[in-house]
Design a protein around this ligand. Structure first.
Ligand code: SF4
Length: 369
């Protein structure tokens, strides 16, 4: 697992390149390092920590790789295991087959459920088709599922703050479809109706903007004073830490913030929003360093760099090299938190014992009953 609190070592670029020089792993906004003799112009990079892979993404990616090692390709994965182009492309190259629904998986084959979680109906359908299901749902998403089921059983209306159509939201909605109302921001909070205002609770998607969610909850509480809050934060530690680190970048002088991440990654998009709200001149979400438009850097002395929870560190390393080639060679890490969270691999992912047959693979005859 990459250690998000530590800066990357080396840039891996060709020898002719001036490598980025990494600064301390703690905020240092006063130091003025000496300028290298031959860089084209002064330029500074502020690198966020933590950034990149969270514990849930490490677990999900490791789950696919371990399943490939145990069962051999192909291993099917329902939807993108995590929302990142590079991760999906790498796993596809190793033999993972991404499908939209379990109905596309051959009977009896192995299918991995993505980190975003699924509605119970997905598991039911997979069981009907005798699939070997390995659940890579992040434990912090599963926590929200359990909260939804518990409050629904107690007769509450659940106001789920989240983005319509996001996979995680679809999965959570599926755990109590009759009792959850989706609230997609403060404006919807001002309009939402509930059957009994005295029995309401709010929950949220794990990857939202902390600040916008706070505003949404304030609106809900002004309308439903007896609104319960979840027993612990639903917005996960990784989302909160990455947003706090982006605020440090802007406070430290980053004029432009580059966020490495894919367009369908909720937590990556929120990092752009947070940088904008914090006062950055501009913030851009890019899948690769090559997507950084030269115009974005025109007249910019300090660039902030971070990456979403599903973006591998190689994307950051490539970006540092890209920026170094353009004169941004002084790299300083601004750290908002140290992360130590790890999650064990799914218990259904195990090497078969001597007396156990391995799970069926594609091409084997399907179980029948
Ligand atoms: Fe889990 Fe948070 Fe990572 Fe999502 S962003 S996989 S909820 S740790």
């Amino acid at each position: 697992m990459p250690d998000p609190a530590n800066p990357p070592g080396g840039t891996g670029g060709p020898a002719r390149r001036q490598p980025p020089r990494l600064g301390p792993a703690t905020p240092d906004r006063t130091a003025t390092p000496p300028a290298p003799a031959h860089r084209p112009r002064e330029g500074r990079v502020l690198l966020a920590a933590p950034r990149g892979f969270c514990a849930g993404v490490v677990r999900a990616v490791d789950t696919v790789e371990e399943a490939l090692a145990l069962y051999g390709p192909p291993v099917y994965v329902r939807n993108e295991i995590v929302h990142n182009q590079r991760v999906v492309a790498d796993l596809r190259a190793k033999g993972a087959v991404f499908v939209a629904e379990t109905d596309q998986v051959p009977e009896g084959a192995t299918v991995i459920l993505s980190a975003h979680g699924v509605a119970p109906t997905v598991r039911t359908r997979a069981a009907e088709r005798h699939l070997n299901v390995i659940d890579a749902t992040c434990p912090l998403v599963s926590k929200v599922h359990r909260e939804a089921v518990r409050y629904a059983a107690q007769g509450y209306t659940i106001l789920l703050i989240g983005h319509a159509g996001h996979e995680e939201v679809i999965g959570t909605l599926g755990h109590a479809p009759d009792q959850i109302r989706l609230v997609d921001g403060p404006e919807q909070a001002a309009r939402i109706e509930v059957p009994d205002a005295s029995r309401t609770v709010w929950l949220s998607q794990t990857t939202l903007s902390v600040d916008e969610t706070t505003r949404t909850v304030e609106v809900l509480k002004s309308r439903f004073p007896q609104l319960l809050s979840p027993p612990s934060d639903d917005i996960c530690y990784a989302t909160q830490n990455r947003q706090a680190a982006v605020k440090l970048l802007v406070a430290g002088g980053a004029q432009v913030v580059i966020v490495l991440g894919s367009a369908n990654s909720s937590n990556s998009r929120r990092l752009v929003d947070v940088a904008d709200d914090a006062g950055a001149r501009a913030a851009h979400l890019v899948d690769h360093a090559r997507d950084i438009a030269p115009a974005w850097l025109r007249g910019v002395h300090t660039v902030g760099v971070t990456s979403g929870a599903s973006a591998p560190e190689t994307l950051v390393t490539e970006t540092l090299t890209h920026l170094a080639d353009r004169g941004y060679t002084d790299v300083h890490t601004l750290s908002a938190a140290q992360e130590t969270t790890t999650f064990a691999l799914p218990h259904t992912l195990h090497r078969p014992g001597p007396d156990q047959p391995p799970p069926m693979r594609t091409g084997d005859q399907a179980l029948g009953d």
